[in-house]
Design a protein around this ligand. Structure first.
Ligand SMILES: NC(=O)c1ccc[n+]([C@@H]2O[C@H](COP(=O)([O-])OP(=O)(O)OC[C@H]3O[C@@H](n4cnc5c(N)ncnc54)[C@H](O)[C@@H]3O)[C@@H](O)[C@H]2O)c1
Length: 341
């Protein structure tokens, strides 16, 4: 058989752990891909595991205990989409059972836990990828492409608004685990590891972080509903993130400024535009994401496990995003700027 035929025939069988909002979305996107398939669905809530297995069709096995799924020798890899505080233990157990692992963001709730997980993956000779998918969403990948092509020269400032409309308990935010810091890590872990990852991908590594956080509208949460973080990057650039679940007019947009021009994106409107110093404003056509970004990360995970192809997001990316969230909370509680190692 030709090598190219071998490549196209290989399919990664995956056991999904956690069949809630994100897990079922992964299962749906997997169905659109040739190179990866859902082989088992596991959830402590059997109804959810069954519903995900049935939606996928075919012969998807159902488990209610992670340990049982992990003893299934026909499943070489797992996708962990359980609440944040469970990631560390499930990932460590899966790696020890010899599985390659795709872990949803945030990778874990402390930098030390991330280090432990990366070390365990290396020790067991397994692969560990983290679902920092935002950088792959079409709007964000267009911005990253423009920056990488030098359209705005050297970027020196990034400003991001990730402000959701004030929510009553609806949609994913109705899950009881989301109201506690012990489960989520707080807004910066649950949501903004995405923005930290995106910032890093255009600005490089951070040198220092300062933050302020408070709860203005959500007495049912034991953590902030609004947070402002400033970052100084190692090569001198500046960053601001304002994140909220308390705004009334929501906004999910950003401005990246460089020596030769600026780029503005609006995720809500699916627009990217830039202007160079001497030029006109250019509207860049952006395809709707419509699941492309999740398919991209899943396909990359399969390509890494099956063929050794470099993954589009690494466990180090997941770790760095957690490091920024952790440092920002330390800054907010200690009321001082925190240096990033
Ligand atoms: N990449 C993204 O953009 C994105 C979007 C949403 C959620 N997420 C992440 O995905 C993860 C899940 O979020 P969600 O919105 O799907 O939550 P969810 O509450 O909808 O689903 C979590 C599921 O995990 C199950 N579960 C809990 N503990 C378990 C265990 N020990 N073993 C097996 N199943 C268990 C629950 O019963 C539930 O069905 C979180 O880490 C979240 O941050 C990522």
């Amino acid at each position: 058989m030709e090598k190219s035929e071998e490549r196209s025939d290989a399919v990664l069988a995956v056991g999904l752990i956690g069949c809630g909002t994100m897990g079922s979305s992964h299962a749906k996107q997997m169905a659109a891909l040739q190179e990866i398939r859902l082989a088992a669905a596991c959830d402590v809530d059997e109804t959810k595991a069954r519903a995900t297995a049935e939606a996928a069709g075919g012969t998807v096995r159902v488990y209610t205990a992670v340990e049982d799924l992990l003893t299934d020798p026909s499943i070489p890899a797992v996708l962990v989409a359980t609440p944040n505080h469970t990631h560390r233990q499930i990932v460590l157990t899966a790696l020890a059972a010899g599985k390659d692992v795709f872990c949803e963001k945030p990778m874990a709730l402390t930098l030390a836990d991330c280090d432990e997980m990366i070390e365990a993956a290396a020790r067991h000779g397994r692969k560990l990828m983290v679902g920092q998918v935002l950088r792959l969403i079409t709007v964000f990948s267009e911005v990253r492409r423009l920056v990488a092509e030098g359209v705005i020269g050297k970027p020196f400032a990034v400003r991001i608004l990730r402000c959701a409309q004030r929510r009553t308990n609806e949609g994913p935010w109705s899950a009881a685990w989301r109201s506690k810091r012990a489960n989520t890590g707080g807004l910066l872990f649950e949501v903004n590891v995405h923005e930290f990852d995106f910032m890093r991908s255009v600005m490089g590594e951070a040198a220092e972080v300062t933050a302020m956080a408070d709860n203005f509208t959500r007495p049912d949460y034991d953590y902030e509903d609004h947070v402002i973080v400033t970052v100084r990057f190692r090569d001198g650039g500046l960053g601001v993130l304002e994140s909220s679940v308390a705004t009334v007019v929501g906004a999910t947009e950003g401005l990246i400024t460089g020596t030769e021009g600026s780029i503005h994106y609006d995720w809500g409107k699916n627009t990217v535009r830039y202007r160079r110093l001497e030029g006109e404003t250019v509207d860049v056509p952006v395809e709707k994401d419509a699941g492309r970004s999740v398919q991209h990360e899943l396909s990359s995970f399969a390509g890494w496990v099956l063929h050794g192809e470099a993954p589009v997001v690494t466990s180090e990316d997941g770790r760095r995003a957690v490091q920024l969230a952790e440092a920002a909370y330390r800054s907010a509680s200690e009321k001082r700027t925190i240096t990033i190692e």
